[in-house]
Design a protein around this ligand. Structure first.
Ligand code: CAA
Length: 248
């Protein structure tokens, strides 16, 4: 199994952390990105990973800033090596109905969930295409596919991510680089824990699988798309939502 360098944004979070573990189990050298202000938390996460038997690297970078991402990628490539796998997993929610949504709640979500994908991918695409190998996976959401009450900002950003996926997939397919989207449903993390309990329970009651997703469910899909053998899957959206929303 060839060892690749994988950068996972939001890598110290719930879904991101599980993706880091799965890629590490597959023999990759994994770097988890964290927000500069959360250095102490990231170091604690790294130590916890070590206790669990995982050697993870960490890299500071604000994904909403192009300059910060440029510095982060330069730092990772000099310390660890050229990035072959990029998983764009950093994201936030600022749920409000549109009539109550403030401009900052809109721009923060667009900057951190959507502009981030440009800010990171732009830094690595040249290297991947010139080396003839790359795997880019953008973590979107079922709510990008179907829209969600209270999430005009989040739904717009997550839908936009897949537009980016489809375009860049076409630009890079001839150079051995795949670009795909994974769209999780409601997954047990701090993000869904923060929802009003009654709203969460009502949504989960509609999931045909009868349960929330686990972070392992999502990491499995991401690892599959990052596999060496997944080279002909590009521009795709892979829903992992327990049947909550089906389409083709
Ligand atoms: N459909 C229709 N009506 C709804 C509704 C829905 N899904 N949800 C709430 N309403 C209604 C309420 O019953 C209430 O009606 P009344 O005024 O008649 O009593 C009204 O809408 C509430 O509207 P408000 O403008 O007052 O909204 P609020 O300030 O109370 O906040 C909310 C509402 C913040 C959107 C809250 O419902 C909420 O947090 N919803 C969850 C949104 C959600 O799914 N977030 C996902 C987070 S996890 C994630 O995003 C990960 C992922 O990728 C899946």
């Amino acid at each position: 199994m060839s060892k690749r360098v994988a950068l996972v944004t939001g890598g110290t979070g719930g879904i991101g952390g599980e993706i880091c573990k799965k890629l590490a189990q597959q023999g990759h050298k994994v770097v988890a990105n964290y927000l500069p202000a959360l250095k102490d938390e990231a170091e604690a996460w790294q130590k916890q990973m070590k206790d669990e038997g995982f050697e993870m690297d960490i890299a500071s970078g604000d994904v909403s800033s192009f300059e910060s991402c440029a510095e982060m990628v330069k730092d990772v490539e000099s310390r660890v090596g050229p990035i072959d796998i990029l998983v764009n997993c950093a994201g936030i929610t600022r749920d409000k109905t549109l009539r109550k949504m403030e401009e900052k709640q809109w721009t923060d979500v667009i900057n951190i969930n959507l502009n981030s994908v440009f800010n990171t991918t732009r830094q690595v695409v040249e290297g991947m295409t010139s080396r003839g190998f790359g795997r880019i996976v953008n973590i979107s959401s079922v709510n990008g596919q179907k829209g969600q009450f209270g999430q005009a900002n989040y739904s717009a950003a997550k839908a936009g991510m897949h537009g980016f996926t489809m375009a860049v997939a076409q630009e890079t397919a001839a150079k051995g680089v795949t670009v795909n989207t994974v769209s999780p449903g409601y997954t047990a993390t701090a993000m869904t824990d923060a929802m009003p309990e009654d709203v969460r329970n009502a949504i989960i009651a509609q999931v045909p699988a009868g349960r929330m997703g686990s972070t392992k469910d999502i990491a499995f899909a991401v690892a599959m798309l990052c596999d060496e053998d997944a080279g002909y899957i590009t521009g795709a959206n892979l829903p992992v939502n327990g049947g909550l929303f089906t389409s083709f």
